[in-house]
Design a binder for this molecule. Sequence first.
Ligand code: SAM
Length: 291
Amino acid sequence: MPWYGTRCEMDRLTDISVIRDVMERHGSTFSKALGQNFLVNPTVCPRIAEMGNARPGFGIIEIGTGIGVLTRELALRADKVVAVEIDTRLIPILDETLAEFDNISVINADVLKTDLHEVIRREFDGLDAAVCANLPYYITSPVIMYLLESRLPVKSITVMVQKEAGVRICAAPGTRECGAVSAAVRYYAEPEILFNVSRGSFYPPPNVDSCVIRLNIRETPPFKVDEGIFFRMVRGAFSQRRKTLANSLSSVGIGKADTFAALDSLGIDKNIRPEQMTLEDFGQLYRKLYI
Ligand code: SAM
């Protein structure tokens, strides 16, 4: 009897010998380039699912299924799961490991080239939507920004990321860790770090620790801006971290005199550094410079 013959054995997808066995039988190997570090700590996936809105009334998009360990936990709790996995070699494995579920669709594609709006329209009729994933770390920021900037209609994005990236993404503007991504994330969502996950919770173990973060999507942005222009200004502000805001902005074509005048009228020190600006400060600066 193969290992996957019973429900009980299916629940062993966090067992390293089971992972090795299924990968070997299908002639698959772990791809470092695709960020394939699979979860082997059995407590982590249920926590991601439960804290990530996997529950009745919800459809969940998962990014990067691996051999389906998180997918199963999501499908046990939510009405529907759509899982996007780029690695074609994993698809026959998922046919086995997810065989007992009739509420999972696997899409073999690059998530950054997948029209997730269309997926939600097609698959989640009448359901609320959320994203849950143990993200491949090489594309953490692009994936998060793609989901946010395309205004995917989801309630939350709950993802495992490298610990330092999680701290940066969730950093409040005005703090030392803050960067352009943190400011952008705050504009679209209220972020929080849920819990830390050590490198030993993965196979093969990566050489960094991780954390799970949740971005609770705002129904409306905190203020009204032309987002293209606003985020060009914010990226410009953080483009040269050691410089003052006015110097950084001048390198993206916003004259120093204009920045000084705007800061002065807002009562902000003209030598302020970008990481000292709150999101609201950036909103007000935008209004002074562009409206
Ligand atoms: N969810 C599994 C788990 O927790 O064990 C696997 C997580 S592993 C860190 C990341 C997964 O994302 C891998 O299976 C990898 O093949 C997949 N992946 C990498 N790049 C991707 C992309 N651009 N689009 C979709 N999936 C991708």
